[in-house]
Design a protein around this ligand. Structure first.
Ligand SMILES: [Ca+2]
Length: 446
């Protein structure tokens, strides 16, 4: 979803949908959101919430506001007073809160941490399925005129817009069916991130107040991501556009509004017109694996000098910084990713998510599948196993960072040092084999 997401970490386990993160979110919280279905035909389907991932809360603890000790009626009165000070009409608030429900299911989804991180190949299998590629290809053709106008105006290619649409809501079929006001009220009153969700709730009330969408139709993911490209309310207020000029910004049902709003947002978070996101590459046997991190960028010519080659097509060229991404280690595919890949990650800060949008965009314009095979035999480590791995790396003095189960640059760096001591390729990829070797070389963590 296009949300301001609260981010769990560099390689946080992802569920189905995420949200975009915006630099505009003052709190600096990137929200991972989910998509929720917008189509009324899906109205009874259970939302596949992938809302904000639980970690963000851990990463950005909020002060324990006094408000939490308030009863709900007291809290709501306080919220209403704040909304009115912001200029929201009393009639809007009366209507919005006349039938308010606190939703236990939303709190459950907010506190759930998946036991297993989904391997990138499993994620891509479902998000970039043959069916989704085929449907994306069809939609590119059906909406070619509109997409071309929006693309020309905002500088974001049609296939990127269609890819966000496909990944965020399966082209509008799965936009979430929670009442956004109920969900955000629940999260603002009772979740671990009250300030963040209070801001989103107030933004949702502003949207109702402006008349963009009636309360009954303001539905979305459990975390408040709305419409076919899953904007959270603050992103909506900043980026949604009434492109069909009917007086309402409608990202639930109006494709002109959906495409233009998405393009406006993606341009706003830095899309570089005319540049690709990157491409699959082949790395040399002696590749310096400590350089394969998104935190490390080099001119493309420098990567070429290090032996990086295009898998297909013309030789690598182009200006600008690029990074090497090998999300499944040295036996899996590798990608040279450019600035626009980072832009996709601002929509939702997950490598798997960004790859899914990038690869879907390529495939629906006739691009070939990834050439290299994923190491599908690798079994993902459980949360407990990832923490154990981090504790054992720490016991060896390798500084893997806080043992929080999130595998980021620090943990991968520690794994690389350990792999070198084993005489293995130091790709930093966390596997059962690495954990077993650590168990052999370290005492059990206490
Ligand atoms: Ca409109």
């Amino acid at each position: 979803m296009a949300m301001a997401a609260i981010h769990r970490g560099p390689d946080a386990p992802i569920r189905r949908h995420h949200s975009p993160a915006s630099p505009l979110i003052k709190a600096g919280l990137l929200v991972l959101m989910l998509m929720a279905g917008c189509s009324s035909s899906e109205a009874t389907a259970p939302p596949v919430a992938t809302g904000p991932t639980g970690n963000a809360a851990t990463a950005h603890p909020e002060p324990n506001a006094d408000l939490r000790t308030q009863s709900f009626p007291e809290w709501l009165a306080d919220l209403r007073a704040e909304a009115q000070r912001q200029g929201i009409q009393a009639t809007t608030l009366d209507h919005a809160f006349a039938q308010i429900h606190l939703l236990d299911r939303v709190l459950e989804l907010d506190s759930t941490q998946p036991e297993f991180a989904r391997p990138v190949w499993t994620y891509l299998d479902s998000e970039v399925s043959d069916q989704r590629i085929h449907q994306g290809y069809e939609r590119m053709a059906v909406h070619a005129g509109l997409l071309s106008r929006v693309s020309a105006e905002f500088g974001v290619p049609p296939q990127i817009l269609v890819a966000f649409w496909g990944i965020e809501s399966d082209y509008g079929r799965d936009c979430g069916n929670f009442s956004v006001v109920d969900a955000l009220t629940t999260l603002a009153y009772r979740s671990r991130r009250p300030a963040f969700f209070r801001g989103e709730l107030l933004a949702a009330l502003h949207i109702l107040d402006k008349g963009d969408i009636p309360l009954e139709k303001m539905r979305g993911s459990w975390a408040g991501a709305m419409g076919q490209t899953q904007f959270v309310p603050t992103i909506f207020l900043q980026h949604a556009i009434d492109y069909d000029h009917d007086g309402r910004r409608d990202i639930w049902d109006s494709l002109p509004d959906i495409f233009a709003s998405t393009a406006h947002f993606v341009a706003g978070i830095g899309w570089r017109s005319g540049e690709s996101w990157g491409q699959e590459v082949r790395l040399p046997a002696d590749f310096p694996w400590d350089q394969a991190e998104l935190t490390i960028t080099k001119p493309i010519a420098e990567w070429v000098r290090l032996g990086v080659q295009a898998v297909r097509g013309p030789a690598l060229s182009g200006d600008g910084p690029a990074s090497i991404l090998a999300p499944a280690g040295h036996t899996g595919p590798a990608f040279l990713v450019r600035e626009n890949f980072r832009v996709i990650m601002r929509y939702n800060p997950s490598v798997s998510y960004a790859l899914s949008v990038a690869l879907l965009a390529d495939r629906i314009t006739g691009g070939a599948p990834i050439a290299a095979a994923w190491p599908r035999q690798e079994v993902p480590l459980s949360r407990a196993e990832r923490i154990e791995l981090q504790q054992r790396l720490a016991a060896l003095g390798l500084n893997p960072g806080v043992p929080d189960s999130l595998i980021g640059p620090s943990t991968r760096s520690a794994v690389r040092v350990f792999q070198k001591t084993l005489g293995e390729v130091p790709d930093g990829f966390v596997t059962k084999h690495v954990l077993d070797a650590l168990r052999h070389h370290t005492p059990s963590p206490t």
